[in-house]
Design a protein around this ligand. Structure first.
Ligand code: NAP
Length: 277
């Protein structure tokens, strides 16, 4: 597979670059996917597959700068889909469960109606639509709660645990973390065998943010009870926050049928924290 990774300096981009050491890795500085001239002028000759891990991921900030989020998350994929049509490469595009409102009960399958609650989710939903409409060969992978090499919830909780802080964390938003190394491995497998839209997260029982924080605290030698639960409504009071889906659990049946097995998030958390201790 002759691959190219875009957004190569982000959490997923780094994991993809590690999984595909021969890939052409382009960080933000090397190719700005929101710049139509830069994408049109880039020579993708020789690439069989382009993984788009570039995104505007600041969920709260997006509410105040929608044009910036839209430029990367909606227009970027539009430009890349045009390049995919011209060069004939498979475009593997990564999206999010924030394209849903999270009102469904239980794990959400791929055909759940798009109904984003905020600007970030709306911009990502538009990106998905652009890829489906413009890239003749495409794979859209939705994921949730990404944890890799970079700023993320697990890193924050591990730091608070080490610093002796006892944080307050929401208990009524549930999901499953997705460790970037496992996501990258799944993307590479899926690129070789699936097209369309597929959900990928780590496996295991869904957990709340509070429950995940307590697991991180326990692994850092802290008392999990030091993480105090709070409702989303209480937490959001007085904060300028984007609305977030209560249910972030993505259904993995299609992934399983494609023959891709994901480690449980608890095992992946052990591996992740073990590698950093
Ligand atoms: N993080 C999560 O919890 C989560 C959850 C569900 C889905 N996802 C999706 O998973 C994918 C990977 O997320 P991630 O966690 O790896 O995000 P990340 O760590 O924030 O990385 C995103 C990367 O994209 C780069 N980027 C931003 N604008 C760009 C542009 N115009 N052109 C090229 N690169 C640009 C960023 O560079 P700069 O730092 O220089 O801006 C950064 O290196 C994204 O599609 C995201 O929407 C993430």
């Amino acid at each position: 597979m002759r691959a190219c990774v875009l957004g190569a300096d982000g959490q997923l981009g780094r994991a993809l670059t590690a999984a595909l050491p021969d890939a052409v890795a382009l960080g933000h500085g090397a190719l700005d996917i929101g710049d139509p001239g830069a994408v049109a002028g880039h020579d993708f000759t020789g690439a069989d597959v382009v993984f788009n891990a570039a995104a505007y991921t600041a969920v709260d900030r997006a509410e105040h700068e929608p044009a910036a989020a839209w430029r990367v998350n909606a227009l970027g994929p539009t430009h890349l889909a045009g390049a995919a049509a011209r060069y004939g490469f498979l475009l593997v595009h990564v999206s999010t469960e924030y394209v849903f409102d999270g009102s469904a009960s239980g794990p959400m399958p791929e055909d759940t109606p798009l109904s984003p609650l905020g600007v970030y989710g709306a911009s990502k939903a538009a990106g998905e639509l652009a890829v489906r409409a413009g890239a003749p060969e495409h794979l859209v992978v939705r994921t949730s709660w990404v944890v890799g090499d970079g700023g993320n919830f697990v890193a924050t909780m591990a730091r608070l645990a080490r610093d002796g802080v006892s944080p307050t964390v929401v208990e009524d938003q549930i999901g499953r973390p997705t460790f970037a190394a496992d996501l990258a491995a799944a993307l590479v497998l899926l690129a070789g065998r699936e097209r369309g839209t597929v959900h990928v997260t780590n496996d295991g029982e869904p957990v709340s943010w509070h429950g995940l924080a307590a697991e991180v605290f326990a692994r850092q030698g802290r008392d999990p009870a030091d993480v105090r639960p709070v409702s989303t409504a209480e937490y959001a009071a007085g904060r300028q926050q984007a609305r977030r889906p209560a249910n972030s659990v993505l259904d993995l049946s299609l992934l399983t049928r494609a023959g891709v097995t994901m480690p449980s998030w608890r095992d992946a958390l052990d591996t992740h924290l073990g590698a950093r201790s």
